[in-house]
Design a protein. Sequence first.
Length: 253
Amino acid sequence: MIAGARLAGADRGRRGLSPLIFVHGVGSTAAIWDYQLDGFGRERLCAAVELRGNGAGKPDPDPSSIDRAGYADDVLAIADALGIERFTLVGCSLGGVVAFELWRRAPERIGALLVLGSFARYPDGARYAEQIVAQVRELNDMRAFGELRAKKLGLPPARFRETVEQFACKSVDCFVAATQATWTGDYSGLLRTIDVPTLVAYGEHDAVAPRPLAQEIAGGIAGSRMVEIADAGHVANADNAADFNRLLKEFVR
């Protein structure tokens, strides 16, 4: 265990298999990747990064440090601490945005990309972020906001309470900063520069980042492939972990 990440397979980092680094979404914590750490930690080094300000580690940082550049720093800090020079990056939602920011800054560190439920540019993203921020500020209670937000994510019923709890551990100020970082970037022009194996996936019932946004990513990255994950919403790696793990296993082969 190291600060800022959940690890699996730390004793398997020298087997020649590409390490996996997982990056969660704005409403989640690193724990959302436990299904994948369990599934892949037996064969290779895996790290689920805990992005700054997510509430899983206290004290909270200064909200002004929460932005896309800071998130990229978080990923690189974990990779450096583990002695990982090059890795396969798996990012869900905000995690996909962080993947694009990492590619912009340090493409030599990324050997392959799996982008799930994400987007290169969110439609009317600034206004969408403003609406979320206004709702959070009005409620001033992350648990209450989590209850409302979880209903929009296309979740299997069994995942509802887990999702609310991950929202609830965050502070309002840190979540507001994370929201602005998540929805306001534009990496559409960057896509054509990505030249590593890339898989773009989305959940069948994802209303937050549906198929057209996955299509935009896949259409912009030469040689990439796009896949739908059945019976899953916005966080398909947890909603349908069995199918996602099969997909990831096939990809990393």
